[in-house]
Ligand binder design. Structure first.
Ligand code: KG4
Ligand code: ZN
Length: 358
């Protein structure tokens, strides 16, 4: 089955063509047009600008994804299907005006090409980044989904059976990185830049991502670590960082140390709760997903924790190019929905900026 995926929920206009056979998914093309450079100067995503950029980019990236995948677009509309089997599009959650561009494009193509359409939840898409180029995954699985807008522990009993067992009660993990970077005037997006500074500190101190515990003078809390349940909270951590910076006249000289401790505080809490949940729900697989899953310390330390603490549990994380927003993950989630015949007619494709995972 050949699926075209479309993703426009925030500041990346992304398209992809994948081919699915049974449980195997192969990516034929994966195009991401990022707007980061445009939003950087504002310190975050400006929805109005994001939507306008999506409008400019969407058709070129659709053409490019189809071309790279070697798919010939029919010369005239209203030629009945055949060249692809489905169009998967992220319908939410995200910025409403951004989502609209992807969804309206998908609707138009589904109508013109007479091809079934599939509505995909953006977070479910992140989860399905783990299903690209993989053998059959063993269920039940636990997925730590950490992005700019969400931080969830999701129990996946089988395809399409997703249950949130823990979530952030305030800021998402990626948002916490972004806000920490803002406090230290490091620019946007915060995750990559904070983690680069943290790595500088590790290198100076000869720490490795797997032996991060030689902490310096800066000490931040590990929020919710000792609270029962699987929820997270990161807004207090950001405030704790702010207070530390305010107390320290020389903070600008110690940015790498602050970044290292901040990153480690986030990683410690995420890993602790993930391992506890995996034990309680007796899962066979632990997976990592979302933009923050690009974080090297989190990737290496979670992998090690699963190895050390959970017997006979596999660990999976997406390839780096499928961690932040992309359409291969949307097409993959769409493919598994199509296998279960979960299509949404184009007339019923609808943007929902607060779409819940279920
Ligand atoms: O999944 P994503 O691309 O968009 C959303 O769905 O939100 O995630 C973006 C988030 C941003 O907050 C960004 O700072 C964070 O992922 N991020 C990282 C890293 N790369 C991206 N956070 C920590 N370390 C990274 N290397
Ligand atoms: Zn995302």
């Amino acid at each position: 089955m050949i699926i075209l995926g479309i993703e426009s929920s925030c500041d990346e206009t992304a398209t992809s063509v994948i081919e699915g056979v049974g449980d195997k998914v192969k990516v034929l093309s994966n195009i991401v047009s990022s707007q980061i450079e445009i939003h950087k100067k504002y310190g975050g995503v400006v929805p109005e600008i994001a939507a306008r950029e999506h409008v400019l980019n969407i058709l070129p990236v659709i053409n490019e994804a189809l071309e790279k995948a070697g798919i010939k677009i029919p010369p005239t509309p209203f030629v009945k299907g055949g060249f692809i089997d489905g169009i998967a599009v992220a319908t939410g959650p995200g910025l409403v005006t951004s989502l609209l561009v992807g969804v309206e494009s998908a609707k138009t193509l589904a109508y013109a090409w007479q091809i079934p359409s599939i509505a995909v939840n953006h977070i479910e898409g992140h989860i399905y980044a783990n299903f690209i180029d993989r053998e059959k995954i063993q269920f039940p699985a636990l997925v730590l989904t950490v992005s700019g807008g969400h931080t969830n522990l999701v129990l996946m009993k089988s395809h399409g059976k997703l249950q949130i067992i823990g979530e952030t009660v305030d800021d998402a993990a990626g948002e916490a990185f972004d806000k920490a970077a803002q406090l230290m005037k490091l620019g946007y997006p915060g995750g990559p830049v904070v983690s680069a500074w943290a790595e500088k500190y590790s290198n100076q101190k000869n720490l490795t991502p797997l032996t991060p515990l030689a902490r310096g003078a800066v000490k931040l809390p590990r929020p919710m670590m000792n609270k029962p349940g699987f929820n997270f909270s990161f807004s207090g951590l950001k405030t704790a960082l702010l207070y530390e910076l305010q107390k320290d006249k020389n903070w600008k000289k110690r940015i790498s140390e602050y970044c290292h401790e901040f990153q480690q505080a986030v990683v410690d809490v995420l890993i602790y709760k993930t391992i506890k949940a995996a034990e309680q729900y007796k899962v066979k697989t632990v997976m990592l997903s979302g933009g923050v899953s690009a974080n090297k310390a989190l990737r290496l330390q979670l992998e090690q924790a699963v190895k050390d603490k959970l017997n006979y549990v596999s660990f999976l994380m997406p390839e780096l190019k499928y961690t932040t927003d992309n359409a291969a993950m949307i097409a993959t989630a769409g493919y598994f929905k199509a296998q279960r015949k979960k299509f949404t007619p184009w007339q019923k494709l609808k943007v929902d900026s607060n779409l819940e995972l279920k």
